[in-house]
Design a protein around this ligand. Structure first.
Ligand SMILES: Cc1cc2nc3c(=O)[nH]c(=O)nc-3n(C[C@H](O)[C@H](O)[C@H](O)COP(=O)(O)OP(=O)(O)OC[C@H]3O[C@@H](n4cnc5c(N)ncnc54)[C@H](O)[C@@H]3O)c2cc1C
Length: 275
């Protein structure tokens, strides 16, 4: 089935909720059966979900694919990790096993794995860790050793520092930081990231989190001459480059923009102006 009016040619599906549970204060983890729309989804891509009638909330909301659910090697669904912040996420949090969730997917450009990359660092801030989980398992599927994937996760407090155990279960080196010291090292995720880079320089850093954190991670990587891919979140109304509301400035300012929904959400950090 395909949706109409602007979302033409975009696979739409009434996904079925497999589970939907709280993993910390205000953060939910949902499993969805959506074998048609998501069968080719790649790490870093996102879905647009509709949670209500056509009027309220009017617009679909974007969410990163947290993990792919597979059966005999084929993708049959996806996981979402989401923070409850407003009307759509409140409605999502109330969904139960067997309920339907209307989604359009897969959207955007995901993470890339260049040739000759063996050691990478994943840096997630708060709910920004969401797309890094699928990325981590995909990198291992692509042939990277789990020991070559270091994961640095930070957040304001214990409730914001998410998914550490799942990355550890994949055999990755996981380090945690929190602003208040309630979990992991006290301090910013960027401090922990720099320490880990001093120990061993990664070939590539992948990151997602709040804008200020992404800016800092991009600066650190640039100073250390390390490649960096950032997954950027902006307010986004349509997800298909019709409204042009998710524009970001290009680094070489010839007045042109890129759009998070179409050119991203994953960009090479050096393509973007962080000012
Ligand atoms: C490509 C992309 C991927 C995303 N992936 C995830 C994800 O995996 N998990 C997750 O929890 N969230 C994710 N988000 C953010 C998510 O889309 C918003 O939190 C959601 O739209 C809020 O909807 P709402 O109706 O509940 O809240 P609203 O009532 O729309 O907003 C509540 C508050 O959240 C703020 N807000 C809304 N959208 C964003 C945004 N994109 N960035 C920053 N602040 C925002 C609003 O300004 C407002 O203050 C992603 C956003 C993008 C663009």
């Amino acid at each position: 089935m395909y949706v109409q009016a602007g979302l033409k040619d975009m696979p739409q599906e009434n996904a079925k909720v497999i589970w939907n549970r709280a993993v910390s204060k205000n953060t939910m983890h949902m499993g969805l059966d959506c074998r048609k729309a998501c069968r080719d989804v790649l790490p870093g891509q996102f879905v647009m979900v509709r949670t209500g009638s056509r009027v309220d909330p009017l617009l679909r909301r974007p969410f990163s694919v947290h993990q792919a659910i597979k059966d005999q090697g084929k993708i049959t669904g996806i996981e979402l990790l989401y923070k409850v912040v407003g009307s759509s996420t409140e409605r999502m949090a109330a969904l139960k096993e067997g309920d339907a969730l209307d989604l359009v997917a897969p959207l955007g450009q995901g993470f890339r794995l260049p040739d000759h990359v063996a050691n990478v660092m994943l840096v997630g801030g708060g709910i920004g860790v969401a797309p890094l989980m699928y990325l981590g398992s995909w990198l291992v599927e692509k042939g990277l050793s789990p020991l070559g994937v270091r994961v640095i996760i930070g957040g304001r407090n214990r409730d914001d520092v998410l998914c550490g155990e799942r990355f550890s279960a994949m055999g990755m080196d996981v380090r945690l930081a929190s602003d208040d010291g309630s979990v992991g090292e006290k301090g910013l995720v960027t401090g922990l990231m720099e320490k880990a880079m001093d120990e061993a320089k990664p070939d590539l850093v992948y990151t997602c989190g709040p804008h200020g954190m992404l800016h800092a991670v991009a600066d650190i990587c640039e100073k250390r001459d390390t490649a960096c891919q950032v997954s950027v979140e902006t307010l986004m109304a349509c997800g298909i480059c019709a409204c042009l509301g998710c524009a970001v400035h290009k680094r070489n300012d010839d007045g042109s923009y890129m759009h998070v929904c179409k050119n991203g959400p994953v960009f090479d950090a050096r393509e973007l102006s962080w000012a």
